[in-house]
Design a protein around this ligand. Structure first.
Ligand code: DX5
Ligand code: ZN
Length: 224
C-alpha cells in the first residue's frame, strides 16, 4: 500500500501561502492538507474556501481538506467548487454524517471521515465502506504544534483490522497531529499509510529531505 505524506498548510507562513503550497509540492509531498476551523467545533479559526482555491491554482497535487466544522453539510458545496480532491468531515459533527458523505461523493469529491482522539473507533465502522479515507486525530483538533497522543494507537489498529475484515484493501488510514520522524513509525506499524505533518515539515531545515526520510521510515514500518 502506498505511503502518502501530506504537509499541513496550517504550519506555513500565512504571509506567503502560495509559495508555501508550492514548497510542499516541490519537496515531494503526495497531497497538501488544509485545515478548516470554524471557531465552534474547535476553539480556533483558520481559513476558508478561498485559501483552497488559491492552493488549487498554485499546485497540481491533490488537496486534502479537513473540515473541523459543527455543520460541514452546509459548506461542502463551496469546498468542492474550490477544488478539493478529498473532503474529510468529523464523526462528532452535528449533521447527518452518512448523508453528508454521500453528498460529497455526488459532488465528485472523495469523502473521508475523521475521529477525535477520545472517540470509540467502532463509531466509524458503519461508514467504513462509504469513504475512501479515515483520519485518526492524534491531537485534539484546533491547533498545530501539539504533542502526539499515543493512546490513539489502538484505534488505528482497530480501524485497519476492521477494514481488512471487510476486504477494504484500498482504504487509506491517516494520522494528523504531532506527527514527525519519530511518531510516524508506531502509526505505520498499526496500519496507517497517510501522514499529515505540519510543524515538523514546515520547520524542517530541508522539507524535501524530511519528507523522503519519513516516507522511508513508514515504508519500512508499515504493517497492514
Ligand atoms: C490540528 C490540525 C492539523 C495540524 C497538525 O487541528 O488538524 O492538521 O495542522 O499540525 P502539527 O503537525 O503541527 O501537529
Ligand atoms: Zn488536519
Amino acid at each position: 500500500m502506498k505511503i502518502k505524506i501530506l504537509p499541513s498548510l496550517l504550519a506555513a507562513d500565512f504571509g506567503r501561502l502560495e509559495s508555501e503550497s508550492k514548497k510542499a509540492e516541490v519537496s515531494g509531498a503526495d497531497e497538501l492538507h488544509l485545515d478548516i476551523m470554524d471557531g465552534h467545533f474547535v476553539p480556533n479559526i483558520s481559513f476558508g474556501a478561498d485559501v483552497v482555491s488559491m492552493a488549487r491554482k498554485a499546485v497540481r497535487i491533490p488537496l486534502n481538506v479537513h473540515l473541523m466544522l459543527s455543520r460541514p453539510d452546509k459548506y461542502i458545496d463551496r469546498f468542492a467548487k474550490a477544488g478539493s480532491d478529498t473532503i474529510l468531515i468529523h464523526i462528532e459533527s452535528e449533521c447527518d454524517v452518512t448523508a453528508t458523505l454521500e453528498s460529497i461523493r455526488q459532488l465528485g469529491v472523495r469523502p473521508g471521515i475523521t475521529m477525535n482522539p477520545d472517540t470509540d473507533p467502532a463509531r466509524l465502522f458503519p461508514v467504513l465502506d462509504k469513504v475512501g479515507i479515515i483520519l485518526c486525530m492524534t491531537v485534539f483538533p484546533g491547533y498545530g504544534g501539539q504533542k502526539f497522543i499515543e493512546t490513539v494507537v489502538p484505534s488505528m489498529r482497530a480501524v485497519r483490522n476492521k477494514a481488512n475484515e471487510m476486504n477494504l484493501a484500498d482504504l487509506d488510514i491517516m494520522v494528523d497531529g504531532g506527527i514527525d520522524l519519530n511518531t510516524c513509525e508506531v502509526c505505520a506499524k498499526n496500519g496507517v499509510n497517510c501522514f499529515v505533518a505540519g510543524s515538523s515539515l514546515y520547520r524542517a531545515a530541508d522539507m524535501r529531505n524530511d519528507i523522503s526520510l519519513m516516507r522511508e521510515k513508514c515504508e519500512r514500518a508499515l504493517i497492514i
